[in-house]
Design a binder for this molecule. Structure first.
Ligand SMILES: NC(=O)C1=CN([C@@H]2O[C@H](COP(=O)(O)OP(=O)(O)OC[C@H]3O[C@@H](n4cnc5c(N)ncnc54)[C@H](O)[C@@H]3O)[C@@H](O)[C@H]2O)[C@@H](O)CC1
Ligand SMILES: Nc1ncnc2c1ncn2[C@@H]1O[C@H](COP(=O)(O)OP(=O)(O)O)[C@@H](O)[C@H]1O
Length: 490
């Protein structure tokens, strides 16, 4: 599991070392890490350092200092380096090292293979105005894209989109969610030796092996009931397709049985697609978990089935119109709610918090965490990155996804995946179940996208492949020191 921290958590972790006079060492490690990333980027894009030009736009703080020392190292390798002092002054020692190594200070952005954005890092406050429009070529952000808030991921309008962000000490929460995620590009974390001073993380990111730990491992002694039965309350005469999508996804994720509750016409549609489903008009028979809400609209029978499911005290995932029917807090700790930003804004408004969809999109971690704490349930907030928050404040952010997932019915698929995992993994925490489900869904989206755009009806086939890939332990992306945040800003 990767761990991410707020900007102030990282600054607090640096403090004991700064007090011991190690500030220069920390900056040297950060600068050397940035230098190495720039070398790798130059090798990747132009085959080597010979004849390369790198420009840094630097602010007056330590963020600019990091970049000046990094460029001094590059200059020592023969790279032509220029710096633009965005606020007229710069970190004194950094500038001296840069000039001594042959770097030049300019006023305008000329041609460069890479432009380093080092105006502001964790010391940013208030609105930021970039000194120039974003250059066309490769931008590498030093610690954070200047103007991105390290905690929330909110960003001033003019922030440059980075191709790569080289961040120091630890992954920052603001690079995982909100606009910060889209602006950061690929994120590389440089260890500067503050690990032992870091507190409890602000946010976690599940990796492939964590997802494997949540997925049930096939066992010889399984039988369909012990493996896990999922009750699905989905679909109505108005929205029959949602029931097909939810049950398809649950079956593809793997369950002992799906019991489906819906009006007759919907049951017929589900049975035509999946004859193995056990269907009835009202909740009956035992289940280990419930998936409730997709396509139930205002169907009175489905709504009272929902009440039965809620009263059962079993693990439950609630989506779509089901979210309008959740009772006030506290909910059962095993409940998982799966709103998108608009739905979460409505849920929060019912709790007396006046918030609109754009605010939720801007600070997804904050609002998901607040909703989970207030409701006493796990909240899975959907969007380009999926934020899963537990009532105790634990948050997981999963960014493996594909923009083609933004298609009608893709959320119904996710509900089926969450439901299947709730029914079959009694040992995992709901917040980890939710995050693992988001990973399966996101990876399925990527697999499906290999063949071009798709409708949600085609997603379940890819869900099976995603589950198989996680069970086989195939890493999705270079996770660990480098965090791949796919499609960010592209
Ligand atoms: N603290 C440390 O020991 C280390 C810090 N490091 C680097 O230092 C950075 C933090 O350095 P600083 O605390 O000097 O802060 P920054 O370099 O992020 O910027 C602070 C300066 O920018 C100004 N400023 C703030 N918001 C602004 C805005 N919206 N528009 C214009 N100017 C604004 C401030 O007045 C201040 O002078 C980190 O991001 C990281 O890059 C690294 O060198 C590792 C070690
Ligand atoms: N831009 C995007 N990039 C990647 N995934 C997205 C994006 N937008 C939405 N998603 C994902 O697609 C799904 C959409 O769910 P939802 O909005 O509930 O759709 P529906 O209600 O039509 O089923 C969610 O899992 C969400 O995280």
């Amino acid at each position: 599991m990767l761990r991410a921290f707020t900007g102030s958590q990282v600054r607090d972790a640096e403090r004991p070392l700064l007090e011991r006079g190690m500030g220069r060492d920390l900056m040297a490690r950060a600068a050397h890490g940035l230098y190495r990333s720039l070398v790798a980027e130059l090798r990747r894009t132009r085959g080597g350092l010979y004849g390369a030009r790198v420009t840094a736009v630097v602010g007056k703080g330590n963020n600019g200092g990091d970049a000046l020392f990094a460029l001094a190292e590059l200059a020592g390798r023969g790279v032509r380096t220029t710096a633009i002092l965005a606020s007229g002054s710069a970190h004194t020692e950094g500038l001296a090292a840069f000039l001594a190594a042959g770097g030049r200070v300019e006023r305008t952005l000329g041609r460069a293979d890479i432009v380093v954005d080092a105006v502001l890092g964790t010391g940013a406050s208030g609105d930021y105005r970039a000194p120039f429009p974003r250059p066309e070529g490769i931008v590498v952000a030093c610690d954070l894209p200047s103007g991105v808030d390290a905690d929330s991921g909110t960003a001033s309008p003019e922030v440059w989109r980075a191709d790569v962000t080289v961040t120091f000490g630890a992954l920052k929460s603001g690079l995982l969610a909100g606009r910060g995620r889209a602006l950061a590009g690929r994120v590389e974390v440089i260890d500067i030796g503050i690990g032992e001073y870091l507190p409890q993380p602000d946010v976690y990111v599940l990796e492939a092996e964590d997802v494997r730990g949540v997925l049930p491992e096939p066992r010889d002694d399984w039988q369909k009931y012990t493996r896990g039965v999922l009750g699905v309350i989905a679909g109505s005469d108005q929205y029959p397709g949602a029931a097909v999508l939810t049950t398809s996804a649950a079956l593809a994720t793997g369950v002992g049985m799906v019991r489906h509750i819906a009006p007759e016409s919907v049951r017929r549609a589900v049975l035509a697609a999946h004859p193995e489903v056990v269907a009835s008009g009202s909740p009956e028979g035992r289940v280990q978990a419930w998936a409730v809400g997709p396509g139930i609209g205002d169907d009175a029978g489905q709504q009272s089935a929902f009440d039965v499911a809620l009263d059962s005290g079993l693990p439950i995932v609630v989506d779509a119109s089901g979210l309008n029917r959740i009772p006030g807090p506290p909910l059962d700790g095993r409940a998982v709610l799966t709103p998108h930003a608009g739905e979460l804004a409505r849920v929060l408004s019912r709790l007396g918090l006046d918030v609109e969809r754009p605010e939720v999109e801007e600070r997804p971690i904050r609002w998901a965490r607040l909703a989970a704490e207030r409701l006493g349930a796990t909240v899975l907030l959907k969007g380009p990155a999926t934020v899963c928050a537990a009532p105790d404040g634990t948050v997981c952010v999963q960014a493996v996804s594909h923009p083609y997932l933004a298609t009608a019915g893709s959320g119904d698929t996710l509900t089926g995946i969450v439901g299947a995992l709730l029914a079959t993994t009694s040992y995992a925490r709901p917040v980890h179940v939710a995050a693992a489900a988001a990973m399966v869904h996101g990876r399925a989206g990527r697999i499906a996208a290999e063949g071009g755009p798709f409708g949600a009806g085609e997603l379940s086939a890819a869900v099976r492949q995603a589950v198989a890939a996680f069970q086989g332990g195939v890493p999705e992306a270079p996770l660990g020191a480098a965090v791949d945040l796919p499609f960010a800003g592209r």
